[in-house]
Design a protein around this ligand. Structure first.
Ligand SMILES: Nc1ncnc2c1ncn2[C@@H]1O[C@H](COP(=O)(O)OP(=O)(O)OP(=O)(O)O)[C@@H](O)[C@H]1O
Length: 353
């Protein structure tokens, strides 16, 4: 089932929380809505679900306009951050719940329900746990049950709102891998809300990055990471060093840092440059013209890489640089040493004025 979100806007009073949101989710796709707190992710998800109404725009499922359809006619399954399992029901009955409450003429037989729940228990890898109560499960197991319960009614669409938000980092990581596999085997069109960039990038086919009620960029995780569309995305995803300077005559200049900016040939304007920590070369001796003098302030080995904090000699701004351990040993670098930095890759944005 495909989902078209057509020019959706929504306000609370004079505060507009969604501003002309417009994109299509293909059948079977897993989309992550990613953005800082308050960017409008949950509101958009609730509008797709039918829990809220948009002020403008349409929600279209497989070509059918469901903007005004009731929740139960949309056939969506939900999983929220806080496991909303029924505490007084066993795992089995929690999963069977949506089927047991169907009107008699749609309700499967007891035997069919039992078979279905057993299949779902196997899908979430909790076969032996059917007789347990939610209080006898770990947080991660409860979220898997919540997912099985959502899948029991065979929804056309699955909506997940920070489903792993309340769990610790290790369990979150396991559940991410597990959700990805589950999605590959079930293939249901899904929207996953998160503010965790790593989670979105690991799980989703495409990520939709939201900020301030607007979409900043849509693309595959690889594309968004390699080609952030604007400074907000550079700052939001992954760590990047930020250079504030001027663009003039096809060049970007910030203190002693100078680089070509051929995408802005004739402009004279303020600009921002972003450099990922692993896009620097450190040299002991200055070579060529385009290098930047800096002092090593702190060295921190982390597994196979070494993280360095350096202070620029011109502006005294801090830079974060990463290199592999072999390269670090080969160069024999030390704290308080003055070195020369070259930049392998930089992305420049004009910020106007
Ligand atoms: N019922 C409401 N009445 C008034 N304002 C609301 C209501 N619901 C949400 N908002 C506001 O709308 C904006 C978007 O909220 P939303 O929950 O969609 O953001 P979010 O990106 O999901 O954030 P988070 O990651 O913190 O859950 C926020 O500024 C929020 O305060």
């Amino acid at each position: 089932m495909s989902i078209e979100i057509n020019h959706v806007s929504k306000s609370y009073g004079s505060f507009q929380i969604l501003k002309n949101i417009n994109f299509t989710i293909q059948t079977g796709e897993l989309i992550a809505l990613l953005g800082p707190s308050g960017s409008g992710k949950t509101s958009l998800l609730r509008i797709v679900a039918g829990l809220e109404q948009a002020d403008e725009g349409q929600i279209v499922f497989n070509g059918q306009d469901l903007t005004n359809a009731r929740i139960k006619d949309r056939k969506v399954g939900f999983v929220f951050q806080h496991y909303a399992l029924f505490q007084n029901m066993t795992v089995f009955h929690n999963i069977a719940y949506g089927l047991n409450v169907l009107p008699r003429k749609y309700r499967p037989s007891k035997k069919e329900i039992k078979e279905k729940v057993e299949k779902l228990l196997s899908l979430i890898r909790l076969e032996p746990y059917g007789k347990r109560y939610p209080s006898q499960l770990s947080g991660g197991q409860r979220q898997r049950v919540a997912l099985a319960r959502a899948l029991a009614i065979e929804p056309k669409i699955l909506l997940l709102d920070e489903p792993f938000g309340a769990l610790d980092a290790k369990v979150r990581k396991e559940l991410r891998d597990w959700l990805r596999h589950l999605h590959e085997s079930v293939g249901i069109t899904s929207i996953f809300v998160t503010h965790d960039q790593e989670e979105a990038f690991e799980v989703a086919d495409r990520v939709v990055i939201m900020h301030d009620g607007k979409i900043e960029q849509i693309g595959t995780p690889e594309h968004v990471y390699d080609h952030p569309a604007n400074p907000f995305i550079y700052d939001f995803i992954g760590s990047a060093n930020r250079f504030e300077g001027k663009i003039a005559g096809g060049k970007f200049v910030d203190g002693d840092f100078e680089t070509d900016a051929p995408e802005y040939p004739g402009e004279v304007t303020q600009g921002l440059g972003f450099v990922r920590p692993y896009h620097f070369i450190i040299e002991k001796q200055k070579s060529g013209n385009q290098s930047l003098k800096a002092k090593i302030k702190h060295v921190q080995p982390v597994g196979p890489i070494v993280r360095l904090n350096l202070e620029r000699s011109d502006t005294h701004d801090l830079l974060h640089v990463e290199m592999n351990r072999e390269e670090f040993s080969r160069l024999d670098l030390h704290a308080d040493e003055l070195v020369h930095l070259k930049v392998k890759k930089v992305q420049i944005f004009s910020t106007g004025q």
